[in-house]
Design a protein around this ligand. Sequence first.
Ligand code: 5AD
Ligand code: SF4
Length: 488
Amino acid sequence: MPEKTVYIETVGCQMNVLDSELVIGALKRKGYVLTDAAADADVLLFNTCSVREHAEEKVYSALGRIAPHKKRNPGTVVGVIGCMAQKDQEKIRARAPYVDMVVGTGQLGQIPALIDAVKETRQPQYALSLGRSDGGRHEVEASFESYDPVRDAAMRPTPFQAFVRIQIGCDKFCTYCVVPSTRGPEQSRHPDHLVAEVRQLVDQGCKEVTLLGQTVNSYEYALGDGRRSRLSDLLARMHDTPGLERIKFVTNYPKDMTDDLLDAVHELPKVCKYLHVPVQSGCDEVLSRMKRNYTASFYMEMLARCREMVPGVAVSSDFIVGFCGETEESFQKSMDLVAKAKFKNSFIFKYSERPGTKAMDRFPDDISEDVKKRRNNDLLMVQNANSLVDHRAWIGRTVEVLVEGPSRHGHREAGPVKQLIGRTMTDHITVFDGHDRLVGQTVTLDVTDASAFTLYGTVRTGEQVGVTCAAEPAPREEGAKRIGLALV
Ligand code: 5AD
Ligand code: SF4
């Protein structure tokens, strides 16, 4: 029988990367072989993102590029899956009528059966969840299923790292954001299942897990009898997994950064001392229009609490510039916040108006593209100056790095000694020369140089293999003052 081949393009966040891995895993079990040549594929999948318009346009142009291939080979199955599929089934049909399959984030498990249905019936197949107001909470929740089948180590880009979805959906409804409609209501997965999933991943050779959730620190599972499992409990349970070396979690919501979680990050040696906590803006009026439910000073207090309770923690953030009604004065407040906050790094986005969001209904997108671009550059410049200071402070220190693979920019490809890349427990990207057998190992490096984005190091001789990254927690400052936390 000839091989069946599948091609996939993925845009967007780590959730999408995980979804693509799982979908391809399921198709491989059905006999499909993954190809990176779209022209050879029997099935072409586009796993999509709707967070910004640019990400959607990328998918429409990819669909345009494969149109001639589909015309020549009408038996090819073309599928649009993920966030855009959930949100825009009609638009996809209008702009690319040859698409055979539109599958939302909550129906990914049906893809193998839907492909068979397309092949048998030659009719387009749609599998989508309910909209947020198309039914009662339970009905809508049930229509979004977490897709987390048993996995195969060979499916992952690196066998020693894995994403683990601990929560789907989002209930925060920030006014600019499509995620609550594309990924549905917030639902946390059962801790027993998650602990078992991590154990299974570690049995397959995984050393580092990254727990995923849109607001991962809001994770909460009702166990019955009024008992609840929170992220701090989950971290403690996962921490006991023998062979697991590192646990990370992204993305955090500032108001849910509770003391029990920070205690867990501080006390559990395998938990990375790294927190990604998007602030989005430094201006209270903008934050209020965004419906972020906190002020800039609340955020700064939260940040101080993170640093006080987890000494040495690295914090990164996200900003949106040019949100509706952002004056020069309000933008300046983001500039002031980024200067003061001293994030390890920040991701800065130009506001992109999204149909279906509250911001689009309520506020005009009144900042010009040129102004958005300028504000983006200005904010990035301040952040980059701080990133350089942050990174250079590591020169002369010793770090433990989980080696991820050869550096993409490395030039010395021939021979076993390569420029390798890894990350520290604080998520600092580190580049160094080493034997390629170090990939997947934790190595000790002396940091010799740094740029705003990268540490450069040399391997400590005799220490490179099998070092675990578990370290004693750094001491907290004597008598450190606890800053009060307002819980949502
Ligand atoms: N426009 C620009 N950036 C956005 N983000 C979310 N929605 C939008 C939007 N409509 C950014 C936020 C979020 C990150 C993942 O994407 O900063 O934290
Ligand atoms: Fe979007 Fe806000 Fe939810 Fe993050 S917390 S996914 S920005 S709605």
